[in-house]
Write a protein that binds this ligand. Structure first.
Ligand code: CMC
Length: 370
């Protein structure tokens, strides 16, 4: 008898093997298929990283051309998806719009139920191309602006900025955005990826797995943290107030968004790369006030707790400087992470076992209707 050992939140539980990425908190490193994420962020776009995650190797020049051509051919917002987006009130969170849009994409894909690797790769590429169209259009319609048609001469990152803002962004902005997408692309068995694998383990289709993963990503303990960080910055307002604000927030036992991580207890391996990109954006936009607030809150936290910033801490203010609405930040995370999710869907299928753990019952003992 007795209570079996329960690891709340599956903390520290190894549930399967994966060849897609390796998170090593001891060496503070993150490898995608063996490549350090910092190297990929410096040299590659999301397209190359998608190929790497899906196929295990970086694309040859010919494979990259092919992937780019196919990605560009699916970029225009589909009329079916647009009609559904238009029907969603702007009071809805943009993550609800992306979640619904992916569901509609699945409903319109005649091959959605085809579990072959070819069909799943095709569906993954469609989502990689269409999700940015949804995110860009949704922010525009909320601002009362018209849809901007995609441009074939731009890569995925630059085209997303173009279709969101209707202007060609400066090189430094494109680079910072590309970097954020590469850093967000994959991170082993995080909550949303695990969700995608649970759904896949029942032999459901890839769109169902991605819809469920978007739901898991939305929460502020996971992807929603990049939005929540910006809301904290707005609440604090100014660097001079950061220390007193944090003192009080911790006394009230608040969770400080953008800090802490389940796996990294000594700093997030992705932060230095994104922080460097943020620094360049701060110079470009002349917003040293924002950097001062960033530093002040980080220092105030370091003085009190051994809890370090995670990737969402620099990416939130970076997306703000680029001009994205705060509620659009987590959808940008979806744009990138759909590559990792779909790679995990394919890996799960290749060696599937239904994911179905046990629970220890602690409700009332057996009783009977009177
Ligand atoms: N603010 C205040 N206290 C914190 C925080 C935080 N951000 N993070 C951890 N702690 C405390 C926690 O309350 C616990 O205190 P105590 O021992 O007194 O109960 C202690 O630090 C140890 O934390 P833990 O319970 O072992 O942490 P966890 O592994 O369960 O939680 C986390 C990880 C990410 C859920 C948590 O750090 C958190 O809520 N952070 C804020 C949300 C956030 O930024 N999430 C994004 C994660 S990055 C990846 C992504 O974007 O998905």
């Amino acid at each position: 008898g007795g209570t079996p050992e329960i690891r709340k939140g599956l903390a520290g539980v190894v549930v399967d093997t994966t060849a897609i990425s390796k998170v090593d908190p001891a060496s503070n490193s993150l490898l995608y298929r063996g490549y350090p994420v910092q190297e990929l962020a410096a040299r590659c776009g999301l397209e190359e990283v998608a190929h790497l995650l899906w196929h295990g190797e970086l694309p040859t020049p010919g494979e990259l051309d092919d992937l780019r051509e196919r990605e560009r051919s699916h970029r225009a917002l589909s009329p079916a998806v647009r009609a559904v987006v238009d029907a969603i009130p702007t009071t809805a969170h943009p993550m609800d719009v992306v979640r619904t849009a992916v569901s509609v994409m699945g409903a319109h894909d005649p091959a959605a139920e085809d579990p072959s690797r070819e069909a799943t790769l095709d569906a993954s590429l469609r989502m990689l191309a269409q999700i940015p169209a949804v995110v860009a259009y949704d922010q525009r319609r909320r601002r009362g602006q018209d849809l901007v048609e995609p441009r074939e001469d731009l890569d995925l990152a630059a085209n997303l900025l173009w279709t969101t803002f209707g202007e060609e962004p400066a090189e430094v902005v494109q680079d910072a955005f590309r970097t954020s997408l590469v850093l967000y692309a994959e991170h082993s068995f995080n909550a949303s990826t695990f969700t995608a694998r649970v759904v896949t383990s029942t032999l459901a289709d890839v769109y169902s797995a991605v819809v469920a993963a978007i739901g898991a990503l939305k929460g502020p303990l996971h992807g929603g943290a990049n939005e929540a960080v910006m809301r904290l910055f707005d609440e604090i307002g100014d660097a001079s107030r950061a220390d007193a604000w944090l003192e009080r927030a911790l006394a009230e036992k608040r969770t400080i968004m953008g800090f802490g991580h389940r796996v990294y207890k000594n700093g997030d391996s992705r932060v230095p790369t994104m922080k460097a990109a943020l620094d360049r954006l701060v110079d470009h936009y002349g917003r040293h006030d924002l950097l001062a607030l960033y530093d002040a809150l980080e220092q105030a936290m370091a003085a009190r707790k051994p809890i370090r910033p995670n990737l969402d801490y620099p990416s939130g203010p970076a997306y703000h400087l680029m001009g994205f609405d705060t509620a659009t930040f987590t959808p940008l995370f979806v744009v990138a992470r759909v590559t990792g999710w779909t790679a995990h869907v394919m890996e799960q299928r290749a060696a599937n076992a239904l994911i179905r753990p046990l629970s220890h019952y602690d409700g009332p003992g057996e009783r009977h209707l009177a």
